[in-house]
Design a protein around this ligand. Structure first.
Ligand code: 4IP
Length: 144
């Protein structure tokens, strides 16, 4: 389908391989009405696809607190299935545009969660609320 929004942003690794490293990569993100893909390349040119999120599986579309991603600014999260994609946008305006576009496309999803965690799971606890059970419900109410 046609591209609704695309931009170059930083993403955190999602830990799909159980004991992989945590690192951050510069990627091109491309949003259509059904899927978000990310690609390698540089700010001038989009490269090959590295990953994708089916929007129908999205459960959380929320910002992250200011210092959640080691002081990477303008960050937000996309929770889907059992994973969460954490992204740092290039500006506050960009972050808000991404959140608005994603929310619009995911608002009818059946799996949306009523609560979320505004920071990440790290060192055996949620950095927002301190809970040591990873599966505990989010400590913040989802944005209406
Ligand atoms: C990789 O690190 C990249 O960060 C991957 O991101 C990421 O996959 C991998 O995490 C992580 O191990 P190296 O390049 O140093 O191997 P990208 O696909 O954007 O290159 P995700 O799942 O975040 O796409 P795993 O554990 O999720 O595989």
């Amino acid at each position: 389908g046609p591209i609704i929004k695309e931009s170059f942003m930083v993403k955190r690794s999602q830990n799909k391989k159980r004991f992989g490293p945590v690192n951050y990569k510069d990627r091109w993100f491309v949003l259509t009405s059904t899927v978000l893909t990310y690609h390698d390349g540089d700010p001038e040119r989009k490269g090959r696809e590295k990953g994708r999120v089916e929007l129908s599986a999205v459960r959380v579309v929320e910002p992250l607190s200011e210092y959640a991603l080691d002081s990477r600014p303008h960050s937000f999260q996309l929770g889907y299935g059992e994973y969460t994609l954490y992204v740092s946008a290039s500006s506050e305006i960009e972050r808000d545009e991404w959140l608005r576009a994603l929310r619009e496309l995911c608002r009818v999803n059946s799996g949306l969660l009523p609560r979320y965690h505004p920071s990440i799971w790290q060192n055996g606890r949620w950095q927002c609320c301190g809970h040591i059970n990873k599966a505990t419900a989010g400590c913040e109410e989802a944005t209406p």
